[in-house]
Design a protein around this ligand. Structure first.
Ligand code: 3PY
Length: 252
């Protein structure tokens, strides 16, 4: 089954307003110059920059996403951002359950699932992140951990239109280490097999599974060419227009 790749930039907690707008302008210019690009492209700035970035890229074909959201629509939740607010600010996607949130904020699969359900209700595509630590990989638990996180984090009603999975081995995030093509394909194939049980064969066949974790221009082509890798969730390399665009062009 052919799936249109998605290249998503996770800017994390980087950049002030001028930097974010310059980056968004740069990526939008590339996108406008290549209307026939073979993939979808998404940028996920920090919350405070979402509205400015959405304005900067309007009409370019780029999508904008948040990096987290609350599981409630509104209420007494100091410091949080609701999925409805993200939608209102111009987002179409939201990253959920990134390992940095699971580590820094103790997010559990059940919380990610509730957030994903809320994102769906707000009309956002949830990018649900899963991945094993180095200790889990060394302990031979990789496939089991990813299956468990996937099952625990996917809400009722998840389908290929409202959900994207991102496999991000924790040991490859911000470390410069990247999964080998064999390691990535093994886990992506196992995730797709688990998706068949969770959402049925048709949706599992259509659902995009991104690889994340030190994806760069030098390794992207090899990873994106794998049968079950449908694009990337890009950290550091998404902060440089030329690097991010070099990855997006690898999808052709
Ligand atoms: C990375 O590339 O390190 C990421 O965490 C992407 O989300």
């Amino acid at each position: 089954m052919s799936r249109r790749p998605l290249i998503a930039g996770n800017w994390k907690m980087n950049g002030l307003k001028a930097d974010g707008i310059a980056l968004a302008d740069g990526v939008a210019a590339k996108r406008r110059a290549e209307p026939d690009l073979a993939c979808d492209v998404l940028v996920c700035p920090p919350f405070l920059l979402v509205s400015d970035v959405a304005r900067a890229v309007a009409g370019s074909g780029l999508a904008v996403g948040g990096q987290d959201c609350h599981a409630k629509t509104s209420g007494a939740h100091t410091g949080d951002t609701s999925p409805v607010m993200l939608k209102d600010a111009g987002c179409s996607h939201v990253i959920l359950g990134h390992s940095e949130r699971r580590t820094d904020h103790g997010e559990t699969d059940a919380e990610v699932k509730a957030k994903a359900a809320a994102a769906h209700a707000a009309g956002l595509v949830a990018i649900v992140c899963i991945g094993e630590t180095l200790a889990q990989r060394d302990g031979g638990e990789t496939l089991e951990v990813n299956r468990r996180q996937l099952k625990g984090s996917l809400p009722e009603g998840a389908n290929a239109d409202n959900t994207v999975i991102a496999y991000e081995p924790v040991w490859a995030i911000g470390t410069g280490r990247v999964a080998s093509p064999e390691q990535a394909q093994e886990v992506h194939a196992a995730i797709r097999a688990e998706l068949v049980k969770l959402v049925g064969e048709t949706e599992a066949g259509k659902m995009r599974i991104l690889y994340g974790g030190s994806m760069k221009p030098e390794n992207a082509a090899q990873l994106i060419a794998l049968p079950d890798v449908d694009g990337g969730l890009i950290g550091g390399a998404s902060l440089k227009v030329e690097d991010f665009w070099a990855i997006a062009r690898n999808c052709g």
